[in-house]
Design a protein. Structure first.
Length: 149
């Protein structure tokens, strides 16, 4: 039964008829499904606030994860230098000479010799700016984060 076809309807008591204009419920064709502009605006504001908080945090975590590459490489170089020292009674400044395979993605490494030791340095640009991230390790296994990017 369409409400438009019948402008009158029987009362609940069965006696008489009531005009549709007097009914409490509006006809179904007046209800429009969907979201209001205010609801959509509120959702967009919540998403924007979460993005403002999450994006810098995400990039900070990514930089921290990239620094692990330098720490592992320098620890490996220190271990290889100790092995080279036991075999040759001196340290080497040649990465391939001590057996280090340079497969680093974010850092470049170098070795500088001291009179009774060495210093290995890993330098990398983690976020494409002018600042370089620098890590060093020496013969005493002291790993130092020098300049932070």
């Amino acid at each position: 039964m369409l409400l438009i076809d019948r402008p009158f309807q029987k009362n609940s008591s069965g006696k008489g008829i009531t005009a549709l204009n007097n009914l409490k419920q509006p006809p179904m064709f007046y209800c429009k499904p969907g979201f209001t502009f205010i609801e959509l605006l509120f959702v967009m504001i919540v998403i924007a606030i979460l993005s403002i908080i999450a994006i810098p945090l995400y990039f900070s975590i990514i930089k921290t994860a990239k620094t692990v590459e330098a720490q592992q490489a320098l620890t490996e170089i220190q271990r290889l230098e100790e092995l080279y020292l036991f075999d040759n009674n001196n340290y080497s400044n040649n990465l391939s000479g001590i057996g280090f395979k340079d497969q680093l993605k974010y850092y470049s490494v170098s070795i500088a010799l001291k009179p009774n030791g060495f210093t290995a340095t890993a330098t990398g640009n983690l976020d494409s700016d002018a600042d370089m991230d620098t890590w060093t390790i020496d013969e005493t296994k002291r790993l130092v984060h020098g300049i932070q990017d």
